[in-house]
Design a protein around this ligand. Structure first.
Ligand SMILES: Cc1ncc(COP(=O)(O)O)c(CNc2co[nH]c2=O)c1O
Length: 399
């Protein structure tokens, strides 16, 4: 357990050893409460503010005090939605997309039964959304536009800065759900009209259970968590100091590795993609191949179950994920694949490979060595494949 080839980094990542090293002193040497005015507390408060600067630097925020530490992206997402409604009592509409993570979708559906009207942007077959359609959904009742910067299943990158400009022109508060973008693509918030941005530490080699919410200066804000003066009165609760220090270090490291991720790691992802397409028939690379994060590859293997592929990959010590699993317990295709209109016969067999800076070429070569045999074995057992393969192999067809 815990050994092998890890290609599920969009789900979570290993903590960088340099992050662990930075965190250690704050467990049993510098353990004061940051709010305490004695030496133990002041030293810790300085460490938190240094981490704030490191996070602000990765995000290109104008001011470190625009960063609020939270427990995770889910808390940050909920806070963004909560504050947009409570600070604008005359507005009760939210505009988002059908492609969002459940942290947004489930929160929106919870609210839609309680006086909030939610409007959803649809996606085309590449999983792209249309800024012109977005603009049509905005109106004086729109309290928030919340759009993900990159999709966790396909890696699609959305035109968030452009959409934030449109929202600002309509006096609409804009939130970017950026969990899968931070640390993977360049972000320079001060040059955008983005009001709030959420992300999680455990997607960029910080521990699980720490995240942040960026709130641009001048954006009206009401806390989601009450009962303390921490985070300048914007997020109550004694700070998780070691994890905040770890998040800061992870952001500093992510910035220094951004080029490597967008060159070497992207090339490894492309090698995996080409290898699969060239050796395995009847596959669909889902999503927008020109606008996607450098580490993500989502492939639909027709006529086989994604879960079965994962189980057999796991037999070889290879960890990946299937869209049908990470979005629901059932074997339903993910809401993302459904929103893209991927046919059922393919959507069931999607596998998401998500690389990181720790991924090696030897690992990609090993996946390419074993995967064709896995798919062939599963197809040999599939009545559906055996009924259709003559038509499929010879057909020149679009999915
Ligand atoms: C876009 C997006 N938003 C929010 C979250 C929630 O982050 P958390 O609050 O730190 O848990 C995730 C996690 N995405 C995934 C978690 O597992 N597989 C995934 O794709 C995500 O990808």
């Amino acid at each position: 357990v815990g050994k092998g080839i890890y290609l599920d980094n969009n789900a979570t990542t290993r903590i960088d050893p340099k992050v662990v090293e930075a965190m250690m002193p704050y467990f049993n040497t510098y353990y004061g409460n940051p709010s305490s005015q004695h030496g133990f507390g002041l030293a810790v408060d300085r460490a938190i503010n240094h981490a704030r600067e490191q996070v602000a630097d990765l995000l290109g925020a104008a001011h470190p005090d625009e960063i609020i530490f939270t427990s995770c992206a889910t808390e940050s997402d909920n806070t963004a939605i909560w504050t947009s409604l409570f600070t604008q009592k005359d507005k009760n509409e939210i505009v988002t997309t059908k492609l969002e993570h459940p942290a947004i979708l489930d929160t929106c559906s919870f609210l839609s039964g309680r006086g909030v009207e939610v409007k959803y942007l649809s996606a085309n077959h590449l999983g792209d959304i249309d800024p012109a359609e977005f603009e049509k959904l905005l109106n004086p009742k729109t309290a928030l536009a919340s759009i993900m910067w990159a999709n966790n299943e396909t890696g699609n990158i959305y035109p968030v800065p452009e959409m934030a400009e449109i929202a600002a022109a309509h006096n609409v508060v804009f939130h970017a759900a950026a969990v899968q973008a931070v640390g993977k693509i360049p972000i320079n918030l001060k040059d955008t009209k983005i009001n709030m941005l959420s992300f999680s530490g455990h997607k960029l080699h910080a521990p699980k259970g720490i995240g942040a919410l960026y709130v641009r200066r001048g954006t009206r804000f009401i806390p989601f968590m009450h009962g303390g003066h921490q985070e300048r009165g914007r997020r109550a609760g004694t700070e998780n100091v070691p994890y905040i220090v770890g998040l800061g270090m992870a952001c500093e490291l992510a910035k220094s590795h951004l080029d490597d991720l967008n060159t070497r790691v992207r090339a490894l992802r492309d090698k995996l993609e080409k290898g699969i397409v060239n050796t395995i028939p009847e596959v669909i690379v889902t999503g927008d191949k020109t606008h996607r994060t450098p580490n993500t590859l989502n492939v639909a293997f027709k006529f086989v179950e994604g879960e079965a592929i994962l189980l057999m990959l796991n037999e070889y010590g290879i960890a990946a994920s299937s869209g049908s699993a990470c979005s629901s317990e059932s074997l339903e295709p993910s809401h993302v694949m459904q929103a893209m209109g991927i046919p059922f016969s393919a959507a069931h067999g999607t596998i998401r490979f998500s690389l990181s800076r720790f991924t090696t070429e030897a690992e990609i070569d090993e996946v390419l060595r074993v995967l064709p045999g896995i798919i062939q074995r599963l197809r040999d057992m599939s009545p559906y494949w055996n009924e259709n393969k003559p038509k499929l192999i010879n057909a020149d067809h679009e999915f």
